[in-house]
Design a protein around this ligand. Structure first.
Ligand code: VGL
Ligand code: ZN
Length: 213
């Protein structure tokens, strides 16, 4: 069913469209760079755009390199529960943490950085992985009167999924724009993400299903 973009209530959130998540990057999402032209076209159609930026200090607890004897993609128990270990990525100030050079970032009204607490990872744009530490984004969106959130970016099955679930739980209408995302797909995580979105009745649309206001 087509959805009409409401210029006042709707906001596009482009998640982690950074060099390290694109082919050639430290934590490359297969075909991750393909989201860039799709998101750029979407950004022209929304009045409001927010970008998120994964932004880890060196030695971050989500890096396998911070846990001697551990390898990327293994899971460990941290103080807040299970955590997947990743290659070092999106280190604050490093070139890999920059947005993809072709991403149309100029229009963004907010760049929300996340993952900067050394001991806590943050997939979601709303809450860190302890599921308790807020990023402040919900307050920002509410205070500005946005009620519907359209999500795009990387990775579909991690940061986009967790952001969508939190947005929905927080009471925002939530839409994931499928062809504006790409998945890491580790151990079936893409199929699992689709199951979880369906479970929450979070809409998953194609960019072509959005109509201009
Ligand atoms: C992400 C793993 C680690 C993401 C960020 O943006 O999906 N995934 N950090
Ligand atoms: Zn990260």
């Amino acid at each position: 069913m087509p959805v009409r973009i409401d210029p006042h209530a709707d906001i596009l959130i482009a998640v982690d469209v950074q060099i390290d998540f694109c082919p050639g990057g430290a934590l490359a999402v297969p075909r991750g760079d393909e989201v860039v032209p799709v998101i750029n076209r979407l950004a022209e159609r929304f009045d409001h755009v927010v970008l998120t930026q994964d932004w880890h200090p060196p030695g971050h607890s989500s890096f396998a390199s911070s846990h001697p004897g551990r390898a990327p993609y293994e899971t460990i128990e941290l103080s807040y529960g299970r955590q997947t270990l990743w290659p070092d990525h999106c280190v604050q100030g490093a070139p890999g943490a920059d947005f993809h050079p072709e991403l149309a970032a100029t229009k963004a009204e907010l760049v929300l950085r996340k993952g900067f607490h050394k001991a806590i990872d943050s997939y979601s744009a709303f809450f860190e992985n302890d599921r308790n530490t807020a990023t402040g984004l919900a307050g920002y969106l509410r205070e500005r009167g946005f009620t519907r959130i359209f999500l795009a970016g990387l990775a579909f099955d991690y940061c986009v999924l967790w952001s969508a679930e939190d947005a929905w739980r927080l009471g925002f209408q939530t839409v994931v724009i499928d062809d504006a995302c790409r998945a890491l797909d580790i151990h079936g995580s893409e199929a699992e993400a689709r199951r979880r979105l369906a479970q929450a009745s979070i809409e998953v649309l194609a960019a072509t299903e959005l109509e201009p206001a």
